[in-house]
Design a protein around this ligand. Structure first.
Ligand SMILES: [Fe+2]
Ligand SMILES: [Fe+2]
Length: 217
């Protein structure tokens, strides 16, 4: 069940992203974050967060495969990460959590093509997706913007570490990276089971868990 976002919904979610970005206290992180969100607004509005066919093979799961899906996922992850971080607020850097959550999947703007008029991704069988993927591409985008700000090497690489590790492609060394990565998994897994017909691939699960005539057995 894929429900594309309306333009009004997209604008509302984007405004929420900007509100979170404005909570960042460090001026350099906030400036870079706001610039990236605004410069990539069009891509965030027209990209899915996953591909319904390919990601099942690549990651064994997919999520938010609809127009505006990347925007929807980014906002959900930011909300989850922010709320988890609040529990530990004396021990975590809220700026880094917000920054990392808002930008963790910005590289997906480069691997998925624009949603087309038929409600299908035109094609994402491109080399950027298959050979390097969104983590590397996201780090490149974010590093380019951070390099234009007055920022210490330590803070720059702490911010990049959250993006670099969110898919478990390397070890995490920061609490903030764990929070964003788990927030990412919460939204991806919950959204997957709500809207993606995982059950369609397994006839037994489909029969006993999802078909109404079997629910009372
Ligand atoms: Fe990701
Ligand atoms: Fe994600």
């Amino acid at each position: 069940m894929f429900i594309n976002l309306t333009e009004e919904q997209k604008e509302g979610k984007f405004e929420e992203l900007i509100e979170y970005a404005n909570k960042i206290k460090n001026e350099s992180l906030k400036n870079a974050c706001l610039k990236i969100l605004n410069d990539y607004k069009k891509q965030l509005f027209t990209r899915a967060a996953g591909h319904d066919a390919i990601e099942h093979i690549k990651y064994e799961r997919t999520h938010q495969c609809f127009d505006g899906g990347l925007l929807d996922h980014t906002l959900n992850v930011t909300k989850h990460a922010y709320n988890i971080a609040l529990i530990y607020k004396d021990k975590v850097d809220m700026d880094l959590v917000i920054f990392g959550a808002l930008l963790h999947d910005i590289g997906k703007t480069k691997i998925f093509d624009e949603w087309n008029e038929n409600g299908k991704i035109k094609s994402n069988l491109n080399y950027s997706y298959l050979l390097v993927d969104h983590v590397y591409l996201g780090e490149q985008i974010v590093e380019k913007y951070l390099d234009k700000e007055e920022i210490s090497e330590k803070l720059k690489y702490q911010a990049l570490h959250i993006i670099a590790t969110h898919m478990d492609t390397m070890d995490k060394h920061m609490t903030e990276a764990y929070i964003v990565s788990y927030a990412d998994s919460i939204d991806a897994d919950v959204e997957n089971i709500i809207s993606y017909p995982r059950n369609a691939f397994n006839p037994i699960i489909k029969k006993y868990m999802y078909e109404s005539e079997n629910t009372e057995k």
